[in-house]
Design a protein around this ligand. Structure first.
Ligand SMILES: Cc1cc2nc3c(=O)[nH]c(=O)nc-3n(C[C@H](O)[C@H](O)[C@H](O)COP(=O)(O)O)c2cc1C
Length: 168
């Protein structure tokens, strides 16, 4: 059985319980690396050609516009196939209630038929938001399992929770 984590995560300025902090590694990436370690999964990070602003408020604005215009931002590298994997972990921060638009750019390229999909989100209070509805469309043909939702500020303590979820 082999697995891959397809994820998006942004380092830089972010909110932690009402306080802005600069982080070197995004919250979602922390979880992706736990999965790599626990399930021996490969990692595929979705990265946009144009970086998002490090400044939190600027990034909020850029992301809001992208969602409004249903953007599909160009990504540096596209994962062409998931044929060799049985389990596909899909990880992302909640951006304006759903996945960052760059995840749509990537996921729309893949065929999820017959795959097991395990989604996870990091967030600042809204959990999955409406992303599960979007995931159902993006991953049609796949079997979407229970999702894991972790507040961004808690990722450092979430390893056991991640392990339990992987083994569900
Ligand atoms: C552009 C943007 C939009 C966001 N929108 C939401 C939101 O709608 N609901 C929420 O709970 N958190 C929201 N957040 C907070 C992030 O989901 C949270 O900080 C997440 O852990 C960031 O993950 P990352 O460090 O992997 O990028 C937003 C953050 C950004 C930068």
């Amino acid at each position: 059985m082999s697995s891959i984590v397809i994820y998006f995560s942004r380092a830089g300025e972010n909110y932690f319980g009402g306080e802005l902090k600069n982080i070197e590694k995004g919250n979602t990436e922390v979880i992706a690396e736990y999965i790599q370690e626990i399930d021996n999964a490969e990692l595929f990070k979705v990265e946009t050609v144009i970086d998002y602003p490090t400044d939190y408020m600027e990034c909020i604005d850029v992301a809001k516009k992208e969602k409004q215009v249903v953007a599909r931002p160009k990504i540096k590298k596209t994962l062409e196939s998931i044929e060799e994997y049985d389990t596909i972990y899909i990880g992302f921060p909640n951006w304006w209630g759903t996945l960052p638009m760059a995840m749509f750019t990537q996921l729309e390229q893949l065929d999820f038929a017959g795959k097991i999909i395990k989604p996870f989100v990091t967030h600042e209070g809204s959990g999955f938001g409406s992303s599960q509805k979007d995931l159902a469309k993006l991953c049609s043909g796949g079997e979407i399992k229970n999702g894991l939702s972790i507040p961004g500020a808690n990722v450092g303590n979430a390893k056991e929770q991640v392990e339990a979820w992987i083994n569900e």
